[in-house]
Write a protein that binds this ligand. Structure first.
Ligand code: CP3
Length: 348
């Protein structure tokens, strides 16, 4: 048996419920931090920024240095995997732009065995980040879940209605399934490499899990996630896996019961009572402050933080947002949040 973990984040993920919840924030590295903006200006484009280990490791460490979170999340992007598979990727003002993949011919043209273009620099970032982290802070690795990565690959970027990817999945589930399988295999290879390089937890971001009906949710969200979890658990039994099926609503329960993840990250709209009654008996939960409250700050922030701690803090729990930090967030509000979370909870 491995030794019991001592880092607060890992303890919550192995079933402990400390009085002060461990915390970190999705997108805790990013444009709301002036030091991030200065660092980002040193790279010509976002992808090369992510693939330059010295810069990416510094971005990973910046928020922990400033605010003392219990974890750093590796600085990278879920779309590095499509790029390593051979899809062209750029980031414009409107977000990511990819050359869309819309049929089996395009899937067959992807490169299956050249992931090292992304794995090698990202693993170097992992090693540099681990070396620079305080001893109580954990390092979280991540990847996009296959469904969410596929939405970007097929739509060619963000989307309002997921028309192309959903139409393909309904019309030709076998052909679309081959794309999902390829992404699933790549994700297992990528996350295994991150773990071998030193990440202590992994999170699977399924940002668009919430746009599928029940049957397709099982097929394209639950099934590939379960395969990733199974394969990682066979190799790395003690590395906790956090799943984030954003927007899944009632289907959070199926996701929790069927994928084998150790924890679920709750989006902002998921009711705390539901999470407490239906999810927390089986797994640790993470979340779910509205990122807009971090932007607003003050009494509204204080009230919401307290409600979340009252609702979820008695069982295995990690404080986080329901989605990423917004670029307009004042860093002082994050400092205020750090202070609130360091205080014992007073219920009156
Ligand atoms: O601090 C961290 O969270 C670590 C790094 C991280 C980034 N992206 C850096 C980033 C993580 C974990 C991600 C995950 C990611 N990337 C997701 C899943 C989570 C979610 O937000 O739903 C998704 C869907 C992406 C794809 C992506 N990357 C989009 C849609 C965009 C454009 C939107 C935006 O915020 O600009 C990105 C760019 C991106 N990834 C930025 C950062 C810090 C901003 C670009 C910049 O700084 O120049």
């Amino acid at each position: 048996m491995p030794d019991a973990p001592t880092k607060p984040l890992l303890r919550a993920l192995t079933g402990e419920s400390p009085k002060r919840p461990p915390w970190w924030l999705m997108r805790q590295a990013g444009r709301y931090l002036p030091e991030y903006r200065a660092l980002r200006a040193r790279a010509s484009d976002f992808v090369s920024f992510c693939l330059t280990p010295a810069l990416a490791a510094e971005a990973t460490l910046q928020p922990v240095r400033r605010f003392g979170m219990d974890a750093a999340i590796l600085f990278a992007d879920i779309l590095l995997v499509p790029q390593a598979l051979g899809q062209t990727l750029g980031f414009g003002e409107e977000g990511p732009v990819l050359e869309p993949i819309r049929d089996s011919g395009a899937v067959n043209r992807l490169r299956r065995n050249q992931l090292s273009a992304c794995i090698d620099p990202v693993c170097e970032t992992v090693r540099l980040s681990r070396a620079g982290l305080p001893s109580e802070a954990a390092l979280i690795g991540f990847a996009g879940a296959p469904w969410t990565v596929a939405t970007y690959m097929v739509e060619g970027g963000g989307s309002k209605d997921y028309r192309h990817v959903k139409a393909w999945a309904y019309r030709d589930p076998g052909g679309f399934g081959a794309l999902i399988e390829l992404i699933t295999d790549a994700t297992i290879t990528y996350l295994s490499a991150q773990i071998e390089a030193g990440v202590e937890v992994v999170q699977l971001f399924d940002s668009w899990a919430g746009v599928l009906p029940e049957a397709e949710f099982s097929r394209w969200v639950v099934e590939p996630t379960r395969r990733i979890v199974n394969e990682l658990k066979q190799q790395f039994a003690s590395v906790p896996i956090i799943g984030f099926p954003r927007g899944a609503g009632l289907l959070y329960e199926r996701y929790t019961n069927e994928t084998g993840v150790d924890a679920v990250s709750l989006d902002t709209t998921l009711p705390i009572g539901f999470a407490h009654d239906r999810l927390q008996p089986r797994v640790a939960v993470q979340g779910n402050l509205d990122p807009i409250l971090l932007l607003v700050g003050g009494a509204a922030l204080e009230r919401a933080v307290k409600e979340i701690r009252i609702g979820l803090g008695g069982d295995p729990f990690i404080f986080n947002l329901g989605h990423g930090v917004l670029p307009q967030t004042p860093p002082e509000h994050v400092a205020a949040l750090a202070k609130l979370l360091a205080e014992p909870l007073v219920v009156n």
